[in-house]
Write a protein that binds this ligand. Sequence first.
Ligand code: FAD
Length: 452
Amino acid sequence: MVFCWDEAILKAPDVGPARVNFLLRSLEALSRNLESLGHRLVVRQGPPESVIPAVAREVDASAVFTNRDYEPYAVARDERVRAALNEQGIAFRSHKDSVIHEEREVLTRTGTVFSVFTPYSRAWKLLPVPAPVPRLGPPKAPAPPVASLPLPSGGEALGHPLAQHLFPAGERAGLEALDTFLEARVFGYDHGRNVLSEIPGTSQVSPHLRFGTLGIRTVLSRLHSARSRATTAASLKSCDTWLSELIWREFYIQILTNHPRVASGAFRPEYNQIQWQGSDAQFDAWCSGQTGYPIVDAAMRCLNATGWMHNRLRMIVAMFLTKDLMVSWQRGERYFMRTLVDGDLAANNGGWQWSAGCGTDAAPYFRIFNPVTQGEKCDPEGAFVRRWVPELVGTPSDSIQEPWARPLLLARSGYVPPIVQHDVQRGRCLVMFKAVKGAAAAPSIPNEETQE
Ligand SMILES: Cc1cc2nc3c(=O)[nH]c(=O)nc-3n(C[C@H](O)[C@H](O)[C@H](O)COP(=O)(O)OP(=O)(O)OC[C@H]3O[C@@H](n4cnc5c(N)ncnc54)[C@H](O)[C@@H]3O)c2cc1C
């Protein structure tokens, strides 16, 4: 098996230490696993279209096998590798692996691709789910003695020194996270996914699905077994909600594959005309967790320190950046990609377009979260806020999500006052969006809706 360090990826502006270090630790685990089975991980560095054909020649291979990656860069790269191999008479065979159903496998009755989640999900569930592939056996012949680079001991050698916590990496960590979640927490997922607690209510398997340290077929097969142990209607429903999240992942992958333009613009092109009014200073305050909105700042500080953020918080901070600060969703998208350990082009882009209201979703731009009520719902006692915003440690729970309600206490705490006023910004934001929607006024709908 060959792993190629591709400098175009290592030097890309949206690649950051959390992901590079997760990848590095996962490669170490992969290398050990392969060795225990009598195989080898060969590591090289350089342009894949030169490296892969060179290794293939060295081992006299007649074919190279790979699993498909659906990001636009990867698709183009694999085409270059295929062409270089074919020129030498070596076959290039790619396979479906990271998804259950690929981009043109879930289709409408008229054979077109879906751009709305609910009917996509319904059609997805009607298709058969493949079983996990058997574990790799020992090699049929000894591995040819080809040169391999050592894996660097840390990300600094790759230009990505880790300043964050290291997220548990590798296949074993992925399986442990999955099994721990499916043992019990999945049965309370419907509630657990919306609150912040010491014991996470979600699985935290996203970095593993992102990097392939956990296979999606294994996840589905183990979810199926867990579901058969569900004893109440509520726990069955929770299992189905979790399945739905896994389908969201595939939905966004198929959106990216079928509409690669979303990587650089809004799914609904009219939204590319928005004149974003937020300033650099506001964006910087958001990045560093200094907006004066406790749930937003706690979430961003948590992200910066750990590379991780809970889904509800991702929605809250994304909505706050685009609707309260009126900063382009693409700036937030890039920041997330650089900082998140599970940074994934399709899911991240889908999440940001959903939050900004310019994506596939039918419920659009006028859905605006109120950061105070959102904070009260997901962190009612304020424990999460106190953990990440220590300035507010002495603030009582009834005002922890709006510390400005106690001006004296706020002044003494050293915490920043809010940099914008939500109610004012909400009105300004609607005007900004309506300007590109022309005469189409926002229908009267509630301030907030839950998603996903
Ligand atoms: C603004 C924004 C940015 C996001 N960026 C990313 C990203 O870069 N990478 C990423 O994997 N997810 C992203 N998500 C989706 C979601 O927040 C994470 O997948 C989830 O928080 C991961 O935690 P978990 O593994 O505990 O999820 P669980 O709740 O346990 O869900 C199981 C799995 O389902 C998938 N999933 C869940 N929700 C979504 C979703 N809304 N869209 C796509 N897949 C989903 C993930 O693979 C996840 O691991 C983003 C969401 C938003 C709103």
